[in-house]
Design a protein around this ligand. Structure first.
Ligand SMILES: [Ca+2]
Ligand SMILES: [Ca+2]
Length: 340
């Protein structure tokens, strides 16, 4: 650890208890260790193995959300049929995406794994408990933000893009036009799997894998909900919007480009209205938690590009975040409790 690290506690001892010593905890939590728990994809306690095709299979996922980080997969590899099947599907089931938000800014995202029995619908939680909006586990919507994340349903397996507008309890509304174009995604069966709300515009053509989306949401319309019971003319507050788009094609370099165009057919100006930022989550597989990607110098006019890739090419940081920068990750005790 650098002595000029501003986050450093002056009284900090190293992991051997030596004041200002230089012993550090390795990626496996072992003081002065040799990172012996790191798998072939670079993830501490990861389950990636060299597969039958000779590649490090970073697509092998943990077995549900409540695994122990020490859990190890063990595949029976002596069955020839299974082996042939795996080799034919070497790239299937991978859930890594290259996020690009300017010519020279990109990161690799890891898709969130849905839990046992969870579906994209139940993950999105449309309409309950907050009506007309998303109700994701833990509340992934953010005030005045357009949120994107990938989720993978291991039962298919399939991966879809989840978009969330605003916080599910935000008091402010907004209006957004989003334009989507794609490469290598046409006629692959990509559809809008969930519409929030059905009366917003989801003009998506799966043949060309392109489209336009137009959302309006009210936020809190003061007074409406305070009207008497039985007032059927008032619609509940619409706190947020969004959609699920998928399933994503399994081949690499299937790319979706998203823009917030001005001008646009819907007369929305500025576009977006009521939003001032984009939030993208990646998934920390080692710790089973979402990590927000910091999109420095994001520009709505340039937009976002999301392309499927096969692995976390830049490797995982010490906290298990794919291509995380590890900033303030390892504090004096060597734990990873202070990521972002
Ligand atoms: Ca709406
Ligand atoms: Ca809505």
């Amino acid at each position: 650890m650098a002595v000029d690290d501003p986050a450093r506690d002056e009284s900090c001892e190293d992991c051997l208890g030596i004041p200002l010593g230089d012993a550090v905890t390795d990626l496996c939590g072992v003081c002065n260790g040799d990172n012996g728990c790191v798998d072939c994809a670079g993830l501490p306690f990861g389950s990636a193995e060299i597969d039958d095709c000779g590649a490090c299979n970073g697509s092998v996922f943990f077995n549900g959300p409540h695994h122990s980080p020490h859990h190890q997969f063990s595949h029976e590899r002596d069955d020839k049929n299974k082996k042939d099947e795996r080799c034919a599907k070497c790239d299937e089931g991978t859930a890594f995406f290259r996020l690009r938000w300017s010519k020279d800014k990109s990161r690799t995202l890891v898709a969130h794994e849905l839990g046992n029995g969870q579906t994209f619908d139940s993950f999105y939680g449309y309409g309950f408990p907050h009506p007309l909006t998303h109700n994701t586990p833990g509340g992934l919507g953010r005030d005045d933000a357009h949120v994107f994340l990938f989720a993978r349903d291991p039962s298919d397996p399939s991966v879809s893009l989840v978009a969330l507008l605003d916080n599910a309890t935000s008091t402010t509304g907004g209006e957004v036009v989003l334009r989507a174009t794609s490469e290598r995604m046409s006629r692959k069966g990509v559809i809008v799997l969930l519409e929030d709300d059905p009366d917003d515009t989801f003009a998506w053509d799966s043949n060309s894998a392109s489209g336009r989306f137009h959302w309006t949401w009210s936020g809190e319309r003061k007074g409406l909900l305070k009207k008497k019971h039985g007032d059927h003319h008032s619609r509940p507050n619409d706190y947020g919007d969004g959609m699920v788009l998928g399933p994503w094609p399994k081949h690499t370099d299937s790319c979706l480009k998203l823009k917030w165009p001005e001008p646009n057919d819907f007369g929305v100006f500025p576009n977006p209205r009521g939003l001032d930022r984009v939030v993208v989550y990646t998934w920390n597989r080692a710790r089973d938690e979402f990590v927000e990607i910091e999109l420095s110098h994001f520009d709505f006019a340039w937009g976002l590009e999301l392309c499927r890739v096969c692995a976390c090419e830049g490797g995982y940081d010490a906290c298990g975040v794919c291509e995380g920068d590890g900033r303030s990750c390892q504090d004096c005790s060597g734990t990873c409790d202070h990521v972002y």
